[in-house]
Structures are given as C-alpha cells and as structure tokens.
Design a protein around this ligand. Sequence first.
Ligand SMILES: *Cc1c(COP(=O)(O)O)cnc(C)c1O
Length: 355
Amino acid sequence: MGKKYPCMEVDLNKITHNTRFIVSKCKEKGIDVFGVTKVFCANIPIVKAMIKGGIVGVADARIKNLIKMQELPIPKVLLRIPEISEAYNVIKYSDISFNSEYKTIEKLSEVAAKQGSIHKIILMVDLGDLREGIWENNIVAVTKKIMKLSNIDVIGIGTNLTCYGGIIPNDDNLGELVNIKNMLKNEVGLDFKIISGGNSSSLYKVFDGTIPKEINNLRIGEAIVLGRETAYGKHIEGCYCDAFTIKGEIVEIKQKPSVPIGTIGKDAFGNIPHFEDKGIMKRAIVALGRQDVNIDGMFPYDKNIEILGASSDHLILDVTNSYKEYNVGDVIDFNVDYGCLLRAMTSEYVNKYYK
Ligand SMILES: *Cc1c(COP(=O)(O)O)cnc(C)c1O
C-alpha cells in the first residue's frame, strides 16, 4: 500500500547513528546520556533506535510518554517537575524524577511509602536560566529537610540551561553546579552519584573538552534527533540533520498572480497580509497546514521552492524557479527544525513512517 500524506518519515538508522556518535563523545569524558524522547512523543520505534545507540535511560517531560515506554527494559526519567496531583503515577511509572519543590517531594515520599518503594530524585538547581530549580541560597536547608524523608533517595543534582532564559552553559554556571555538589557533600554529607550538567546546549563543552570533569550525565534530545547542538545552533559534524523528513502531496498547481485580487482584509489567523508583486507565478498547494506543522520551521529539500504561506490545512508554494516540473499528486519533502518537528509529531493528522 502507498503512503498516506502528510507524513513524517523517520530514518531510524540515522537516529541510532547520531545517538552512538554523541554517546561515544560523552563517554570519552566520563558522561552518561539520558535520551530525551519528548519532541517525538516517545514514539516507540524511535525510542528503540536511541536505545540501540547506547543511552543509559529514557527521559521525558510527560507521564503519558513514560507509560508508553513501560515495557522497554531501561530506566525511565521524568524531566518536568512533577505535579502533586500526579504523585501516584510518578512513583509508579518513573524510576527517577527531577524535583525542586519540598512539598512535592514530601508527597512523593508518602506515596512511595504506600507503594513500598524508595523513589530516586535528582535535585534541580537554577543557575540563572530562570526555568526550574532551587534558588541557590537555600539549597542546604532544603536538602537537609529532604534527606529526612523516609522513601526518597537523592541520587543526584542537575541544572537546565538555554531553555527559557537562553543562558549558555559556561565555566561559571557549570562550575557553580560543581561548587554546590561539593558544598552539599561537606555540609550535608551527601555524595551524589549523578551530576547532570544540562541538555544539548552543554555538548559544545564536551566537544571542546572544557566540560567540568565532575559532570557525569547529560540529557540529550535535539542533538540526537536533529544533529544540532543548541548553544550556538551549529550542525554537529558527524551527525545527520535529516533523520526526519516531512512530506506533503500537491493537490493543486496553477499559474496565478502573486498578489491577491480585491480589497485586502484579514487572513484566517486575523493578520493583515502583505504581498510582493512578482508577476504571474507557478503556485502549488500542498495538503499540509498549520494544524500539522510550524511553517517557519520547515525547509524544502528542493532549494528553488519558496514557501509563500499557509492556512490550517493548505501550504502554498512558489515553484516557478524549480528545475523539476511538478504535477498534481507529486510529493514535496521538507527538512524540519525543533518546533516544526514537535508540532508534526504531536499532530494526529501527520502519518508516521519509519525506514
Ligand atoms: C527537554 C529537556 C532536555 C532536552 O533538551 P534538548 O535541547 O532537546 O537536548 C533536557 N533536560 C530537561 C529538563 C528538559 O526539559
């Protein structure tokens, strides 16, 4: 049977290759990798391709995704600070969770006691990016309190950077993570097993050899799936950046003007559109829209195609300058960025195929 469009085609060998590449670079520096699965909704074939590449745990922001992965024989890590209302499922479905709130950890301990288990946590500290994490000056006091909880095992400390505030990991902030680890060892007697130094934005310090030697864990998503480090947005040499391809089918192709005819009001999203007059052009409509993709984050493999715009279900392309003679029924391929990948993997209208 033929493919149904729109679709996302995933090259699983490229995912495994990228994972192996990054895992081995990290291993040289004594760092283990949690593979982050949230951007592709923990789609099982992709998760398996990552596991084949040598990650030591799967990490996701959402419990629903951890539930999907239950059958896989690998530790499950909950990345997003848990909701108190989800405590039961956090204990049931995650082996390790990242935390920053005493009240939540207290609840996790209570639920773990009922389920007869000890729950492992990694304490998140905020080093300036201003997303999650304990604010440094009260970390000793909070940690002392947490250590009194009967069913919690604090196995590590971690930080997250370049997510909200765009703060780049460097010797100052990662050095501070190491200082906090040492301070907690001296003042509280905790010797952490895991020092988790961030996400794909910390990789450049692995590659240039400047990552502090105490850091022994990273959580990596984007670098594996898109072959890109995220501190400077650079392609990682040796990794594929086209493991994911979004494909849509042409449903109309006609010569039309480049400027709409009549009085211009608002488009489908309430914006007033502007048009440059390029004369008559060859325009293709692809059955793909904002309900499936983020059009600012998709790039035709045919470099002579220009994306003109999109509504919810229609993507409009200028194919005038393409060397290829496109017809109705032809399929157009696009590379994606992180935001577009997220949208497409989340859209139930986008079929998923693996090769
Ligand atoms: C999403 C996320 C990651 C992975 O980030 P990438 O940039 O995709 O590598 C790591 N840690 C936390 C806490 C996250 O939320």
